[in-house]
Design a protein around this ligand. Sequence first.
Ligand code: ADE
Length: 244
Amino acid sequence: MNFYILTLFPDMVMQGLHTSMIGRAVDRGYLSIEAVDIRNYSEDKHFRVDDYPYGGGAGMVMQAAPVCRAYHALKDRIGKEHLRVIYMTPQGRTLSQKIVQELAKEEDLVFLCGHYEGIDERALEMIATDFLSIGDYVLTGGELPAMVTIDAVSRLVPGVLNNDASAEFESFHDNLLEYPQYTRPEEYMGKRVPEILLSGHHANIEKWRRQQAILRTLKYRPDLLKEANLTEKEREFLEKAKGK
Ligand code: ADE
């Protein structure tokens, strides 16, 4: 999977994404990440890429020309006819695991990060294929949202996680939150690990984990439960838990 980020702050994204699991996946060749500095495509002698908004108003707007030039240079270089170009904006669809799964099917993804009051609408009309938000709050730019999205998509790329199975079974798979996890020691500050996890009885452990996932989802995200794939027995368990 290849990620390209059109940005005014290439160091921010490259530094942020070259650590931990994602950095390791890049080193091992499962992912490639490249930041393109939009400022390099300014034709202004001071490398300016923004200007005042027509019609007045606060702040500055990123100009269409440097953004479009940066995109077309990238497109020509990688030689693909159609590229998915995701503009990160609070006005977009809200990112979800479902969207992450859909994006993970692509071979190349281009992220366009705006700053100031945004990007000239004409550039967006010409190059953006998707508009994506990471939540109902406003950040200073699209870099952090692009990094969040890249992180979430990357962990679905085969080979990126050490253990391929774990991507499937984590929170939001099946619309249930994750069950609680414990590691050594068996007792910490007087709090013991649930006995069942020490029993070695795999079927009972699996059942307990599903029940814990259901209880957590009921407590913190009951909205997810209507889409959850529960067995008849698990539905009964849920109804009992609701009554408590
Ligand atoms: N740019 C600024 N805020 C944002 C958000 N919440 N999501 C995506 N892009 C953004």
